[in-house]
Design a protein around this ligand. Structure first.
Ligand code: AHR
Length: 648
């Protein structure tokens, strides 16, 4: 029941400009976890396109995972070879042989099927060459060509589209063509068919929808990328997470392995239990940042591996030998040149050759990801930090303070960062919704003379690691505290970003997806609302419970001003189960606006979740309300309320 009397007084000081805060507070954290890249955001539809899968990725995988040989008529075989690879970084390829003419097919099932739509186009590329024509040991070649047919088929074998190639050379050659499927199918197959006697080498079999995000070649899944773009992130951290420092030294994420032609990139296993084709690599990440209007924030290993390497659960940190450190630091300097150097510089030329002559404008670099603060880590971090600071003072370096909001690594990480005067420190925490409510004052006490904060990973985990309205509102409440402390907290990113149904190693995530659908969570709505309603100055705001009021005090508020538009934006988060009346006073300047735009995210049950069956369970509702210098604002139970006054 809503009492007729306001329970709170909320006074916003509109008379002074307020405190300058980061405009870039709300961004995203992309990690290839939960099939976020291959089978996810990366629009490639062929799984294991390079025959590089293996048991190190996943115990029961091999070079032909997701591929099948089907001898529809005739006789033949499909085997693996590596004698004459397309590129040393891509050492395996398939050999398709026909010993008795007929239809010998190699069939790819995609990532749980290949979704295709009638009316759309799909670009196929295949690298192939013939090994021999006729019989393998025939004294004389039967012909100089071999036909190869590519089809899109339904699971049952109904042909949706067909393309024929003639392979005319024993040298690796790239064939490409477009399919226009005659019908839609969520579970199609790509089928490569050999008919005549002979043998082919086949590698890098790729199928992309023409309709990628912004039409980029080697691009991103349009619907998923658009859902991310709708968040209006101010920055993007990539490529992880634990993926960055990897499962042991050989598994470091090395940026140089992820650029250049895709068939020349070095694949590697993903410590989350699958494979990285790195088709979505550094070039694509930077390109995506540009398309999003987001600052690129790459994170590189601090020359130590993940402490959980080798399934150790905390003691497996491996350190790069110190003798290798100069070369490693050079790699990082090369990254900066690749991103920012002129097209005439050696690494800038590679960026230009890939299609981006203009610099990408890298300003930020994370070094390390929640590493154990060991002597080995300290020694390497210090050397990397000092070298980069000297060579590239224009780059803001971000250090690391362990995987939790407190404890040994956190304390030691901060102490060490203060010693080195690291520009910014990356904090991570996954906690209960109540923890977030209990810690709204966390950054109020941070020393403003020390390093800035990047809250690189956070999420409220409700019971059984669910994302619920309760969790989303706890994140919203926390975001008000980050805005209040936006002079020291520069960036914050919810983690993780993406998860595919059936391939999820971590819960909860911001956006779930299937091959054909995208399912943003309630937390996604919160992130989006904060990004859309960001400001660059925070106004002094006081919230007081009236003495006579018995309403619970679980409210969090912030007021910001966006100096670009002049808009004033008030956010109120309530975890109360009753509606509340808040008496709002704009103090200090005349409020000329007579109406305000009100956005409310709420539901009656705080444990509600948006899921695959109820994607729209809780969506923001927008309305216009009358406003004046002082008026009563109704705050619904379990809600985030945003009041925006256009240039008041
Ligand atoms: O976000 C998932 C994982 O959580 C990240 O990889 C890691 O940094 C953290 O432990």
């Amino acid at each position: 029941m809503l009492s007729a009397q306001p329970a709170f007084d909320l006074v916003i000081d509109t008379g002074s400009p307020g405190k300058a805060i980061s405009r870039d507070l709300v961004g995203i954290f992309f990690e290839d976890l939960n099939y976020a890249a291959d089978g996810g955001l990366y629009a490639e539809l062929i799984q294991n396109r390079s025959f590089e899968y293996g048991p190190l990725d996943h115990t029961d995988w091999n070079s032909f995972t997701s591929w099948d040989l089907v001898a529809r008529s005739g006789k033949g075989s499909l085997v693996l070879d590596g004698a004459f690879p397309l590129h040393p970084n891509n050492p395996h390829y398939a050999v398709l042989e026909v010993t008795q003419p007929g239809e010998i097919a190699m069939v790819n099932a995609g990532f749980d099927g290949i979704p295709v739509q009638a009316g759309e186009k799909y670009d196929l590329t295949v690298f192939t060459r013939y090994l021999y024509t006729g019989g393998r040991w025939d004294a004389k070649k039967s012909s100089d060509t071999l036909p190869l047919i590519a089809r899109l088929e339904t699971r049952e074998g109904v042909v949706l589209a067909e393309i024929s190639f003639t392979v005319t050379t024993p040298d690796w050659t790239r064939f490409s063509a477009s399919f226009a499927p005659s019908a839609s199918c969520v579970d199609a197959r790509l089928v490569l068919i050999a008919r005549d006697r002979g043998g082919f080498a086949v590698d890098e079999v790729s199928l992309f929808p023409k309709n990628t995000f912004k039409g980029r070649a080697n691009g991103l899944r349009a619907d998923l990328a658009q859902t991310i773009a709708d968040l209006k992130p101010r920055f993007m951290r990539f490529p992880g997470g634990c993926l960055v420092h990897g499962n042991g030294l050989p598994n470091f994420y090395r940026w140089k392995d992820t650029i250049g032609p895709v068939e020349q990139r070095r694949h590697q296993s993903n410590l989350w239990g699958y494979h990285q084709s790195v088709g979505l690599g550094y070039y694509e990440f930077f390109q995506f940042c540009e398309d999003l209007g987001a600052l690129p924030l790459p994170v590189v290993p601090a020359a130590v591996s993940c402490q959980n390497s080798g399934h150790t659960g905390g003691t497996g940190q491996q350190c790069l030998p110190l003798a290798d450190l100069p070369a490693y630091i050079q790699d990082l300097c090369d990254l900066i040149e690749w991103a920012n150097g002129p097209a005439s510089s050696p690494w800038g030329a590679k960026r230009a050759a890939a299609g981006h002559p203009a610099p990408f404008g890298l300003k930020l670099l994370g070094v390390g990801n929640e590493d154990h603060i060991t002597p080995g880590f300290r020694e390497r971090f210090r050397i990397i930090h000092d070298a980069l600071r000297e060579k590239h003072p224009e780059i803001t370096l971000i250090g690391t303070a362990g995987p939790a909001p407190d404890g040994e690594d956190f304390e030691q990480g901060w102490k060490f960062a203060n010693e080195l005067k690291v520009a910014m420190v990356d904090e991570h925490y996954y906690k209960s919704p109540q923890w977030f409510w209990d810690n709204l004052a966390r950054y109020d006490a941070y020393d403003r003379t020390k390093s800035k904060v990047y809250l690189g990973e956070y999420a409220a985990h409700d019971n059984k690691r669910r994302t619920t309205l309760r969790a989303a509102l706890a994140e919203a409440a926390y975001l008000t505290s980050l805005e209040r402390n936006g002079d020291i907290v520069t960036f914050a990113s919810y983690a993780p970003l993406l998860a595919k149904r059936g391939h999820t190693q971590w819960n909860p995530n911001l956006i779930y997806f299937t091959n054909t659908g995208v399912f943003p969570t309630i937390s996604y709505q919160v992130q989006r609302l904060f990004a859309l309603n960001a400001g660059d100055h925070v106004l002094a705001t006081s919230l007081k419970s009236r003495p006579e009021s018995t309403a619970p005090a679980d409210l969090a508020v912030s007021s910001v001003r966006d100096s670009h538009t002049g808009d004033l934006i008030l956010k109120v988060v309530s975890a109360a189960s009753e509606p509340l009346l808040v008496h709002l006073v704009f103090k200090g300047a005349t409020i000329l606006a007579t109406t305000g735009s009100l956005t409310v995210l709420t539901a009656t049950d705080p444990s509600v979740s948006s899921d695959f069956d109820h994607p729209d369970a809780v969506l923001p509702a927008q309305s216009t309300i009358p406003v004046s210098a002082a008026f009563d604002l109704r705050v619904p139970p379990h809600s985030l309320t945003i009041l925006r006054l256009a240039n008041p």
